[in-house]
Design a protein around this ligand. Structure first.
Ligand code: IMP
Length: 396
């Protein structure tokens, strides 16, 4: 069954561990990213405790039978991609890169970072916004352009000209196309032969596909949260445009939500916590950005917002992640309405990471999950209780 795994909040919901678990269980042939780029920080921990952090590669690197697809809605930093392929030891021949995906050039990153010193919403500084700006302005460079040096040089020059006024304002040196090409050449050599028409590949296949979300529904460029969002279509609509597939290819949508919530960067956060309780939750959940190392803002789970995301994205079931993090708090709350409407639950002291069945959980943890599910517009399918692949409970 072709399945979408989508983040329902502000990113960092543990999507990658869910993807890794689902691949181990269901054997998907293709695992596809449809949006974003190096701004994502996807952490997988195998059962021996080995940790892999991914930014561009789909979370199938530990599975030797599946193929990773980087879709046309993505923005790809070639140097970062090379580094990740080498670091993870992924066989590059298990990767398909869309010919239409846009390329993050070194100056996109410099502009993103230089802007953060003036006006910025707290981006990850990976060049994501400027790359999508080049794309929308029609001066962007696509991955198929990397293969032809003459076209690449022409397109780079055109894009650099378009950026020159802002680069001057930001005090950046105006780069030369030729020196950029020299800088990214080694990277291109590694994966150039994997650039192809991935839309055709996915539309024709009868094998099963997992669509791996990056960022989240609320960080989508068209979300209510604008302008404190990323620059791509990271909600359900982006699956179709970001991979060039038709809607019949999607059979199921799984939404991932933490048992509490977090956010990095600026923007509205209704159920946010501050002070000692926030610090305790942040430490227990190790809530520091996998890409930037920034401390994440933390808060209670906002069911009111989550239900809107479930409706808008057609989410069929929820994975409630990181339940174990709430052990040892004095109480837990969920937000259930548009204003300050909270419901409080008693907590538990037990370490949940050893639980594998609902019946292994302490009574108060079961009451908490049931309390969430009663108020959700879709059922809870899994509850995760630890970072390793099998630290997960099937809820129905
Ligand atoms: P950008 O995607 O780097 O342009 O950042 C735009 C906003 O999205 C910032 O608030 C980032 O912190 C946030 N963001 C981008 N990627 C992620 C992610 O993978 N997890 C959580 N927040 C993200």
């Amino acid at each position: 069954m072709n399945t979408v795994v989508i983040g329902t909040f502000f990113g960092d919901e543990s999507k990658a561990r869910v993807v890794d678990y689902l691949i181990s269980k269901n054997k998907f042939k293709y695992v596809c990213r449809w949006a974003g780029g190096k701004n994502a920080g996807h952490t997988i921990i195998d059962d021996n405790g080995n940790k892999t952090v991914l930014h561009l590669l789909p979370s199938c690197v530990l599975d030797k039978d599946s193929y990773g697809v980087l879709g046309q809605g993505m923005v790809i930093d070639p140097t970062a991609l090379r580094q990740e392929i080498l670091e993870t030891n992924m066989n590059v021949n298990r990767l398909f890169i869309s010919k239409n995906a846009h390329i993050t050039m070194p100056y996109h990153i410099q502009i993103d970072q230089a802007r953060s010193l003036s006006k910025n919403i707290g981006t990850t500084g990976s060049g994501i916004g400027p790359t999508y700006e080049s794309k929308v302005r029609r001066t962007g460079i696509r991955s198929e352009d990397l293969i032809n040096p003459k076209i690449l040089a022409e397109k780079l020059e055109k894009d650099i000209v378009a950026w020159t006024p802002e680069m001057k304002t930001l005090g950046l040196e105006i780069p030369k196309a030729i020196s950029i090409m020299a800088k990214i050449d080694t990277a291109i050599q590694l994966f150039a032969h994997r650039i192809c028409d991935t839309a055709e590949l996915l539309n024709k296949t009868t094998d099963s596909i997992l669509f791996e979300g990056a960022q989240s529904a609320l960080l989508d460029i068209d979300s209510d949260e604008y302008p404190f969002v990323t620059s791509s279509s990271s909600s359900i609509g982006g699956v179709l445009t970001g991979l060039g597939i038709n809607h019949k290819k999607i059979h199921k949508v799984i939404g991932v939500a933490k048992a509490y919530s977090t956010r990095v960067g600026s923007g509205n956060f209704d159920a946010e916590l501050h002070g000692e309780l926030a610090d305790k939750l942040r430490e227990a959940g190790k809530e520091y950005g996998a890409t930037t190392g920034r401390p994440r803002r933390v808060g209670w789970l906002d069911i009111y917002k989550l239900n809107k995301v479930i409706e808008m994205n057609g989410v069929d079931s929820i994975v409630l992640s990181k339940l174990d993090v709430l052990s040892n708090l004095d109480f837990v709350k969920i937000k259930v309405g548009p204003s300050d409407d909270y419901i409080q639950f008693d907590t538990w002291e037990e370490d949940l990471s050893f639980c594998r069945n609902k019946s292994d959980l302490p009574e108060n943890a079961i009451k908490f999950v049931n309390g969430i599910e009663e108020r959700l517009k879709c059922p809870i399918e899994y509850v995760s209780v630890g970072p390793k692949r099998n630290d997960i409970i099937e809820w129905f």
